[in-house]
Design a protein. Structure first.
Length: 226
């Protein structure tokens, strides 16, 4: 079973409750719900599971008709949360997506999943700023890995940074493959949301393109607007 595990939380310091904000403003649809709806267009996914410590995110997941997972712990351990969700829902292949990427491409996800299933590696991805040089546009980030890789990481990773970032240990210890989507990074292209300026930029994109735009639509819009 192939499951998207959508990592969401309300505790962002730079933009508190950003995943709950309406995108665009006044639409009545949260940023988290927008991402869930884009994931529903994927042909490769059997399940969408919101992994979160926060009840408001679980409420949105239920309203959107997808599964949710919350692991109660004394200290937050995102890796343990992912392992719990994947094991509980019997996921063989996991697609990791974060809730700060509201322009995520379902076509790109399907492509990476297909390559992963044929490639024989532990982790297939299109970008990771922290662990390698990356020229792909920020905000289309997707990682695909097996449950076996997640289980091994959960058992062996001990550093706090490895427990927080889920796949960090995999990059350093397992077999990985990078997939290029062909849209290369420029400093003025940022499609993830960390600040209010980021959120305002993505709100404008949704106002202009609607809620079911493709990566081709997005690229044409941004490159025309530059």
């Amino acid at each position: 079973m192939i499951a998207a595990l959508l990592q969401a939380r309300t505790g962002s310091q730079r933009l508190p409750n950003k995943v709950l904000k309406e995108l665009p403003e006044g639409s009545g649809v949260s940023m988290l719900a927008r991402i869930i709806r884009r994931l529903k267009s994927c042909q490769s996914l059997d399940e969408i599971i919101v992994v979160t410590p926060d009840e408001p995110c679980m409420v949105i997941a239920r309203k959107e008709g997808v599964k949710c997972s919350r692991l109660i712990q004394d200290k937050r351990d995102v890796l343990a949360e992912f392992h719990h969700a994947a094991k509980n829902f019997n996921a063989d292949t996991i697609v990791r997506v974060t809730a700060d990427c509201p322009c995520i491409s379902w076509q790109l996800i399907d492509k990476i999943v297909s390559i992963h299933l044929e490639g024989g590696v532990d982790l297939t991805y299109n970008r990771n700023d922290n662990l390698c040089r990356c020229v792909e546009v920020d905000g289309l980030d997707t990682e695909v890995f097996s449950f076996e890789a997640l289980d091994k990481t959960h058992s062996l990773a001990t550093e706090p940074s490895d427990r927080e970032h889920v796949t960090r240990w995999m990059y350093e210890n397992l077999k990985t493959e990078m997939v290029e989507c062909g849209w290369y990074h420029e400093k003025d292209i940022k499609l993830s949301v960390d600040t209010q300026d980021d959120f305002d930029r993505i709100s404008t994109i949704y106002e202009e393109l609607g809620d079911d735009f493709t990566m081709k639509d997005l690229r044409e819009y941004i490159e025309k607007d530059k």
